[in-house]
Design a protein around this ligand. Structure first.
Ligand code: SF4
Length: 356
């Protein structure tokens, strides 16, 4: 009688990596694997960690845009750079709620609220708390990205019902100074520490294609993986070089290097939602398909809902359909939110299916 064929050895239990540290050299060694070997390993770990194989849809809204005092070299919202972005006033609560309802209707389960600026002031904090409370009340997971936080601000957001706080490490510690001069790496790490201390979940990743070396990409991923615990969400952005910013004209990154970065992130942070973020659509369907194979399982989705009549959300639905990928269900959120009204249930039900 023939023996069962064993195609591959069982991956190590995913929980191990939560406490293990990942030195840069080991992360770099992953980057340097033959492409297929790297993708195979990433896919193997991905299947063990996420047997449901679903894709999370997160929608982003900009609460307050432009006019920022910081000088992040990639950002169109910095007042140090001469871009088309003009400083805008804070959106009203009603506008934010309309966008959140629309995002939910389109199948998003997480709603991310971002505001430009170094850190929130007291007046803004009250508005943010109100928005978080209201969006949470719709049964969506809430995330905010508002810059550097103090202990009490992190605590207040947590008390208002915030689930996640986004604060990216952006790049490697050795590349950071060439991109940003108005704050430093330690400032970023300090905010992440305060966010954890307040009991919030952490969304933290970076941007690649900012002229860094492969070693520096490995340093960034190593930093993320060595946060203890590592972030629950890891957005990997591909630089969108905007005219007027210092990074405009930087040499474009090979798209396969983006896929490798996703795969390495998946391997070293097996339980994290690895999100393809900015620059995703510019990569085209084929590269995005490779990223899903490499273990990406979250996307920013329909994030210009209010201005482009959902055409981007529609494109995303077509792509997910083409790849036979199912999305994380709103029902999971519903199950944790027994207070949802009937009307909201219908809404969720209808739209959760429209994507499948
Ligand atoms: S702090 Fe945020 S909004 Fe300000 S320049 Fe940096 S990335 Fe842009």
């Amino acid at each position: 009688m023939s023996q069962p064929v064993i195609f591959h050895k069982k991956p190590a239990p995913a929980t191990l990596a939560a406490t293990a540290t990942w030195p840069t050299e080991e992360v770099l060694a992953l980057f340097e694997l033959p492409f297929n070997e790297l993708l195979f390993r990433a896919q193997e770990i991905h299947r063990t960690s996420f047997p449901e194989k679903d894709i999370e849809l997160a929608t982003l809204i900009s609460l307050k845009t432009g006019g920022c005092t910081e000088d992040c070299g990639y950002c169109s919202q910095s007042s140090h750079h001469d871009t088309d972005v003009k400083a805008s006033k804070m959106l009203s609560l009603d506008t934010v709620l309309d966008a959140a309802r629309e995002a939910r209707a389109n199948g998003a389960t997480r709603f991310c609220m971002g505001a430009s600026g170094r850190s929130p002031n007291d007046r803004d904090m009250e508005k943010y708390e109100e928005m978080v409370r209201a969006v949470k009340g719709l049964g969506l997971e809430t995330c905010a990205t508002l810059g550097m936080l103090q202990d009490d601000q992190a605590k207040r957001l947590k008390e208002a019902g915030l689930d996640y706080y986004n604060h990216n490490l952006d790049t490697s510690p050795t590349h950071y100074g060439t991109i940003i001069s108005t704050h430093n790496y330690q400032d970023r790490l300090d905010t992440l520490g305060r966010v954890r201390k307040a009991g919030l979940k952490v969304c933290c990743g970076g941007i690649i294609g900012m002229g860094e070396s492969r070693r520096q990409r490995a340093e960034l991923i190593s930093q993320l993986a060595n946060l203890n615990p590592y972030p629950e969400s890891v957005p990997i952005n591909h630089l969108v070089a905007i005219e007027g910013t210092p990074l405009y004209g930087v040499e474009a990154l090979d798209p396969l290097e983006f896929v490798r970065t996703i795969a390495v992130a998946r391997i070293v942070m097996p339980q994290a939602r690895v999100r393809m973020s900015a620059g995703r659509r510019e990569l085209g369907d084929t590269v995005q398909a490779l990223c899903f194979l490499a273990g990406a399982n979250s996307i920013f989705y329909g994030d210009k809902l209010l201005t482009t009549e959902n055409s981007e959300a529609e494109d995303d639905r077509v792509l997910l359909d083409k790849l036979g990928l199912k999305t994380k269900q709103v029902t999971e959120v519903k199950a944790r939110m027994p207070g949802l009204k009937d009307h909201d249930h219908e809404h969720d039900h209808h739209h959760a299916h429209s994507i499948l």
